[in-house]
Design a binder for this molecule. Sequence first.
Ligand code: GLP
Length: 241
Amino acid sequence: MNIIRVKDYDELSEKACEILRDDIKKSAGCVLGLATGSTPEGLYQQLIEAYNKGGISYANCTTFNLDEYVGLASDDPNSYRYYMDEKLFSHIDLPDDQAFLPNGFAMDPEKECRDYEALIKDAGYVDVQVLGLGLNGHIGFNEPGTPFDSRTHVVDLDESTRQANARFFHSMEDVPKKALTMGIGSIMESRKIVLLVSGEKKADAVKELVNGEMTNEFPASILQKHENVILIADEEALSKL
Ligand code: GLP
């Protein structure tokens, strides 16, 4: 794992943008895997700024998001589709029909998962996957105990994950109990993974990620096995290494 140490969150976002830009600029197009949560917000701002300055176009990109809550419509402000529209898609020239998220409102979630896998395969798999890190080591919504070879599937969210994400909802009861997520096996097929971690509260998780044993009780530990992972982390997140 290649670790890039940065001073703070702003530098983390700039560095991540710099790395992604090179892939996005490839004329043949680029398949990007995208994440939600607070950590990639700064990166998305940087990507918008790069577009506004005229140095970059997303017209040849295809994007696949990692996950989506079950039961939230795309116009629900807490759905990840809404998040992506607000924080990135509506500000850049990525064509609507090239931006994919699992549909949390699908009548048949299992079929939705199979279809999502097929779409990723048809696009030629993900070139660069942006990842955040959950406090319990989750990636996407792959909670502890998820098999390393899992594909896109429906998950029951951990109470700890629901609590960590409750800040975005009116009350704890409003936080969905299920989600659709790309599996760990699907994520591991990405050619390159850019993992973003910021802040002191993630320091224990980073320590486990880098020095812990590889176990599905800490899903992100599988990344130790991937040949092309770049961890961009700030000083606070790296403080326990
Ligand atoms: C959520 C998302 C993950 C994200 C994680 C960390 O549960 N499903 O994809 O990486 O939380 O979020 P944050 O960046 O807000 O700490």
